[in-house]
Ligand binder design. Structure first.
Ligand code: PLP
Length: 392
């Protein structure tokens, strides 16, 4: 039988067969331990911290199917997935190659915590493959990337990264939170491990924190053992909520892809806007690559009016529907000013150097009607245009 489409997998993959007492929805097994534990292997015992409850089993099977991988593991947060995967496959004396524009929490872990554990880290421009070979050492073990960068929505040479890693025996890891398995399945491209903050699109309702790792049995099994020791596991109740949220992922992504494109096009045409970053626009520098790799361009975009931080905050406070809050991937539209939120810890000069100005606004586009979202934005943008005209 051909592999089922992802819309179908979201509903059916991993669901217990036969259904438990006929339950159409996966019940919550809120039990810390299970009777008759005859497992020879400690890591397989029926115990909540070992991620072996029926809720973990069902979710792991669903996530593996969605990413087209052999094995999956859920974790207490996206950061738990990322850090546990990295500390499993890196030891003191090893070297990590990483894309240079990463999620702030990951970046902090790479520059603060890994070196303290004896792991050296070098950053590379994901769009300059010619520069990578000089940075590789005999001790390099992992090449780490993201499917789209935050907040500028750059798409690195992902085909090149997985090929480069494969040719040199490195483990390629990719944080694909922004894309979700509906828009991009990195294992199918050749990546070894895919990581997610399931807090975002996978759950989609901004009401839980979770993470996921998917890949081969060979690479995921040691991460599971490390997680058993570190303890950053997902509880069964949150497993249930995440499994429920996943069922609508395809519908949500479809709407978010469409809404973000509609918003990006309006922003691009508005005279007050100087720059729009969205991989679905033909003007995006990696649009062709994104079109080749992704099934949809995603719900994230950013734009710049060339205003100061204060002026931008004033503009954001004029929005009625869009909420000024960090995080992303939920059904509601959120806006944030990265210079004051996700990237506030960076040196301002370094931040500006990357193109993250004080006035850059990031939008996580929700599933509201596109017309209403456009109307909300245009009303504040028109005010800026009128103010500029008056002062000219
Ligand atoms: N990866 C990306 C791309 C993110 O945006 C985030 C959080 O914003 C994380 C990982 C961390 O996820 P969590 O907050 O679930 O730990």
């Amino acid at each position: 039988m051909p592999r089922k489409k992802i819309e179908t997998q979201l509903i059916h993959a991993g669901e217990p067969k036969p259904r438990i007492r006929g339950a159409v929805s996966m019940p919550i097994f809120q039990s810390a331990t299970f009777e008759d534990n005859q497992e020879a292997d400690y890591h397989n015992l029926g115990y909540i911290r070992l991620s072996t409850t029926p809720n973990h089993d069902a979710l792991h099977a669903k996530l593996a199917a969605l990413e087209n991988g052999e094995a999956a593991l859920v974790t207490a947060s996206g950061m738990a997935a990322i850090t546990t995967a990295l500390v499993t496959h890196l030891s003191s004396g090893d070297h990590l190659l990483a894309q240079d524009c990463l999620y702030g929490g990951t970046l902090d872990f790479l520059v603060q915590d890994l070196p303290a554990m004896g792991v050296e880290v070098d950053f590379v421009d994901a769009n300059d493959p010619a520069s990578w070979a000089d940075k590789v050492r005999p001790s390099t073990r992992v090449f780490y990337a993201e499917s789209m960068t935050n907040p500028l929505l750059q798409v690195g040479d992902l085909e090149g990264i997985q090929r480069f890693a494969r040719e040199r025996g490195l483990i390629s890891m990719i944080d694909s939170t922004f894309a979700s398995p509906v828009n991009f399945r990195p294992l199918e491209l050749g990546f070894d491990l895919v990581l997610h903050s399931a807090t975002k699109y996978m759950n989609g309702h901004s009401d839980l924190v979770a993470g996921a790792v998917v890949g081969s049995d060979r690479l995921v099994a040691p991460i599971k053992k490390k997680l058993d020791h570190l303890g950053g596991i997902l509880d069964p109740n949150t497993c249930f909520l995440l499994q429920r949220g996943l069922k609508t992922l395809a519908l949500r992504m479809e709407r978010q892809n469409a809404n973000a494109l509609a918003v990006a096009r309006v922003l691009e045409d508005h005279p007050a806007v100087q720059q729009v970053n969205y991989p679905g626009l033909a003007s995006h520098p990696q649009h062709d690559r994104a079109a080749r790799l992704f099934h949809g361009f995603g719900g994230m975009l950013s734009f710049d009016l060339g205003l100061s931080g204060e002026e931008t905050e004033a503009l954001i406070s004029g929005l009625e529907l869009m909420t000024n809050a960090p995080s992303l991937g939920g059904i509601e539209t959120l806006v944030t000013r990265p210079a004051a939120s996700s990237h506030s810890g960076m040196d301002p000069a370094d931040r500006e150097g990357l193109g993250i100005t004080d006035g850059l606004i990031r939008v996580s586009v929700g599933i509201e009607h596109a017309d209403d979202l456009v109307q909300d934005l245009v009303s504040v943008l028109d005010r800026v245009s009128r103010a500029v005209t008056r002062s000219a």
